[in-house]
Write a protein that binds this ligand. Sequence first.
Ligand code: F6P
Length: 405
Amino acid sequence: MKNKKLYIVMVGLPARGKSTIASKLKENLVKDGTRTRIFNNGNLRRRFTRDDTSYPEFYDPKNIEAAALREKIAIINIERARHYLGNEGQVALLDATNVSLKRRKTVTSLLKNHTLLFLECINNHKDILEASIQRKISLSEFRHMEREAAIQSFKKRIDYYNTIYKPLQDERNFVKLDSLNNQILEEVITGDIPYYERIRDFLVTDTVKNLFLIRHGETYFNLENRIGGDSGLTENGKGQAGKLAGYFKKRKTPVIFTSKKKRTIQTATPIKRLQKDCIVIPLEEFNEIDSGVCECMSYGEIREKMPHVYRERKKDKYNYIYPDGEGYVSMKERVDRGIKKALYLSTNSQNIMIIGHRAVNRMILSHFLYRRKEDVPFIYIPQDKFYHIVATQDKKLFQLKKYEL
Ligand code: F6P
């Protein structure tokens, strides 16, 4: 298999996760000793022309001049990929939208010498798309524009691509991937595709290089053993957040996900402050378990005033659902959704941080490390330590670490 060669041609509208998948895939293949290179049209376009190519009409298929330039760039990359596989290369990844039949015909006709696999990335979740666009407009090509104008410009670019978008259908070998959920939606494989077992497994695996899973610092509610609510950090809690900030100062953390609750955002604030480039993204999927009629009560009060709740929960903590609230069992779906969003939005960051809550962090931990359901509600989630999680195709690591220096 070592001397077999493969072209992988990415397909999909802008902001669908193509580049992230391409670069993670490359990293995995390289780790296996497979010589792999990415040929990205966007990067080549930015290097090729000094002219501004960020304005939406540049992507209008009816803009003859711009379309010719884009075609030229695509062909340069196709030729480079061909040259690479003609020499030492084993896998060439063509990273571009490739949404039109015309473009795919060009690719197919120029790359006949080795197996060709099309990989279409699909993701139409509205909020994910919005968040991806926010990240896209931080690229240097949008620096000269106001935020809102840049967002509108990027959306218009997507609309132009949509006018020529033809999903994969008749290609010889293709995979359609739900790029948010790592789920293969359709797979048409005719014949032997080099490296395919490895690639397929990669596509459906949640990979995270370094996930730092932190529980918020101490709150006023914690002092009284009260649950839920939206309490702020105590002085001690702020001190813990400060120590976390010191610990992570030298560990580049470009993105911190929190819940929408004050206590997690307050914990993230000093950490962000000591980072060079860092954004905080609050996700409601990471909000703490909703304890319904018991919100803001202490465990003692629940036992006293609602003994049936206390008793029933004790009997089967995982499956118990608080009246008008949630249980571990019913939180699972939304927490999993939050994890998918976080992984998707953190693109290629080496380090990702999630600052959550006790129950939420138990669910996150059990997403990566299998635990029996009945044990999940008892996983240890302290406030003076955090979990360092690595989950890739080749390595799984879970380490509880102290952050105090
Ligand atoms: O006490 C803090 C807290 O995060 C509460 O808000 C939440 O209801 C609870 O922990 C979850 O832990 P358990 O499921 O063990 O009650």
